[in-house]
Design a protein around this ligand. Structure first.
Ligand code: FAD
Length: 649
């Protein structure tokens, strides 16, 4: 946990719109400039001053591809920038600057040491918060939303909350129905020790609610929850959220053009709500799964799943078994290894693990001050981290047709990434060839979710009380785990870090569309398909967020996906409103053409590699989850409905 810092919900709010110049020349400001990230300081300085000469001076020293390390920039030049920035920030009469788009475009290129193509600019301006989109209600020429058109949103996680904010701005009547007693979804439910986000904090947040308070460069779960709680309160969403109420069934009434939504309350009672449209934000990983291992129920000690952690169970001095070595396990294992007596980790399959040292993960007080108070610093920092976690990574997931088919990589770029990950293994386990062998995957990096090692993960396996078991589990017994090699490992507590039923995208929901068409008949339990990942013919005004083939798995950031899918849904609603219609759905032809397009592209993607096995693929090896194009393509696709593909009624 972030021991050095106050919990996010105890921190006083800073109004970012009040970041003005001149600032007071204080030790805090000087510390902020001293500790600030050098490229971001450069962007901030040029934004405020328009001084292109400084860009010219820095340009030759900032090198591609990662414009890093900062040591490549001469110390005197860094010092000159810091002094000039301090001067300009505290000079009476200074203004926060208003650079032209041309200058901002140039700044981006210099700061990254690579050309930023024009096509990325609208996404960047919007997502980094430099030019937030105009609230729909204020857009000239837009027909106001019909206040009697009700939108029901399922779930108050990141996606549902984004929907609430944007529906509010657009003037719709809306309500979120949430099964839990609190907002937050993933970040309310997952409470295992060490829980956190792998996407960098200063990007994994809403573009309309930038947060300067992150304690870590990758948020802890509790900070993520506190952030979402703050957004909920700041945007006044709570009165529109119906808590402790689970949606069970949606039935389309064709005559009235509404969805009848059956909900169940905590007391067991049932109610049918009526809504003109439904945005389903019930989460891609909200339905956890137990491992399918004989004897699971027979274990006599406490049995936990990471997704429903029981905080009352004390692991101190216990023999603990962890089944699974995926993302949750990689966070849990280091967090509990010193508390438990013995830790047995049962690995079924390997994962590629990328280093991200914990020591560098804490945001210092100086940097936090810069994020909070120096105009534009937060936005330019967000720009930088977004860029390096975005489409620059896309070549990694493209199969190079010339690359040897039996290789554990798919292209030169992908091989370089593999070498980087192999280096992490080699360095950590130089003295332990047994662990090297156990932890080195034979499939390409990116064909399966990458694990982030925040410093202590891999090294945890070097501890004498931590045992990595690979031989395969025969069964679970009342006392522990019996291995296929005949050994029995006695345990006091069994932890299942076995993930989620991602393929069953509709969970237990019953969704009945036009003419009694059942979505479960279309999708089964693992074969979901949707136009643009969201819409299905026969299910009018139903928007399934984070749906089939809508996850750009080369790049991180559910925040962008959630915001953009919500944008798409509201654009569809605005269109039917403008046309005086009641319902929208894709034509069958458009749906099929879209699916063909996805399937055609998937052939060229890493997830079609013969060694690619992950939860992105269903049991028939069809990838039902990944978006096979770039993030920018996703962004553009979600700008609004392609009218030729749609049927209004
Ligand atoms: C441990 C972990 C780490 C992760 N790390 C990352 C990361 O680094 N980067 C990243 O981009 N993503 C990450 N994710 C994915 C994460 O789930 C998404 O980023 C994001 O939080 C999803 O938001 P959501 O609102 O779509 O879904 P959720 O957060 O799952 O919210 C769904 C909400 O819907 C509610 N709900 C579900 N069913 C019903 C129903 N029938 N009726 C009423 N309410 C219902 C749930 O209670 C929940 O509140 C991680 C997930 C986990 C579990």
């Amino acid at each position: 946990m972030a021991a050095n810092f106050a919990e996010l919900d105890q921190v006083e709010r800073v109004d970012l719109s009040k970041r003005t110049l001149p600032m007071d020349d204080t030790p805090e400001l000087r510390k902020a400039i001293e500790e600030g990230e050098i490229h971001t300081l450069l962007m901030t300085y040029v934004h405020v001053t328009g001084d292109e000469e400084m860009l010219d001076k820095f340009a030759p020293h900032i090198k591609s591809p990662y414009a890093y390390p900062p040591e490549s920039i001469p110390a005197e030049l860094q010092q000159e920038l810091r002094e000039k920035l301090l001067h300009v920030l505290v000079t009476p009469g200074a203004s926060a600057g208003d650079p032209s788009e041309a200058l901002m475009h140039r700044m981006m290129g210099v700061g990254l040491a690579e050309e930023v193509a024009d096509e990325f600019l609208p996404l960047l301006y919007d997502q980094i918060g430099l030019k937030p989109e105009m609230p729909r209600k204020e857009r000239p020429g837009r027909k106001p939303a019909d206040p009697n058109f009700k939108v029901l949103v399922i779930g108050a996680g990141m996606t549902g909350l984004a929907a609430g904010v944007r529906l509010n701005e657009a003037g719709y009547d809306w309500e979120i129905v949430e099964k839990n007693e609190e907002i937050g979804g993933t970040w309310w439910e997952n409470r295992y020790p060490g829980v956190g986000v792998d996407t960098p904090s200063h990007f994994y947040s809403f573009s309309f609610a930038l947060n300067p308070e992150w304690n870590n460069y990758h948020p802890q779960g509790n900070d993520m929850f506190a952030y979402l709680k703050r957004v909920t309160d700041d945007f006044g969403l709570r009165p529109n959220i119906r808590f402790n109420t689970a949606v069970e069934k949606l039935v389309w009434d064709d005559e009235a053009a509404v969805w009848n939504v059956t909900v169940r309350k905590r007391d067991g009672s049932e109610e049918v709500l009526r809504a003109n449209a439904v945005i389903n934000g019930h989460g891609p990983v909200n339905r956890y799964k137990w491992p399918n291992i004989p004897g699971l129920e027979s274990f006599e000690g406490p049995r936990l799943h990471t997704a429903t952690w029981d905080t009352s169970i004390d692991l101190t001095g216990k023999r603990v078994g962890v089944i699974g070595t995926g993302a949750s396990a990689a966070q849990l294992i280091p967090a509990v290894s010193d508390t438990v007596d013995q830790l047995f980790v049962f690995q079924r399959s390997r994962h590629w693990v990328m280093p991200s040292p914990a020591g560098e993960d804490l945001v210092t007080d100086g940097v936090k001050f810069a994020m909070r108070h120096i105009p534009h610093y937060l936005e330019w920092y967000r720009f930088r981290i977004y860029w390096f976690a975005a489409d620059g990574l896309y070549p990694n997931v493209l199969l190079d047709p010339e690359w040897p088919k039996d290789s554990p990589s798919v292209s030169a770029v992908n091989e370089a990434m593999r070498q980087f990950a192999v280096g992490h293994i080699e360095r950590t386990f130089a003295e332990r060839p047994d662990l090297k062998e156990k932890l080195t995957p034979d499939f390409p990096v990116f064909s399966k979710r990458i694990i982030l090692d925040r410093g202590p993960y891999f090294t945890t396996y070097l501890k004498s009380n931590v045992h990595l078991e690979q031989g395969g589990i025969e069964c679970i017994t009342p006392k522990g785990i019996k291995m296929k090699d005949g050994r029995e490992i006695e345990l006091d507590v069994l932890v299942c870090a076995t993930g989620f039923d991602v393929a069953n995208m509709m969970g237990n929901l019953e969704i009945v569309g036009r003419g009694g068409k059942r979505l479960r008949d279309e999708w089964g339990t693992e074969d979901p398909r949707a136009y643009f990942g969201m819409l299905i013919p026969g299910f009018p005004n139903y928007f399934h967020t984070v749906g089939p083939n809508s996850a750009p798995n080369h790049a991180a950031g559910q925040n962008l996906i959630s915001e953009r899918q919500v944008n798409y849904a509201i654009e569809c609603l605005d269109w039917i409103n403008a046309e005086g219609k009641k319902a929208i759905e894709p034509s069958q032809m458009a749906f099929e053409a879209w699916q063909d397009k996805v399937d055609d592209q998937m052939v060229h993607m890493i997830w079609s590699h013969p060694r690619a096995y992950s939860y992105y693929n269903n049991s028939k090896k069809r990838n039902f989850l990944s978006w096979p194009w770039r993030l920018i393509d996703f962004w553009n696709a979600c700008s609004g409905p392609r009218k030729d593909d749609m049927e209004l009624s």
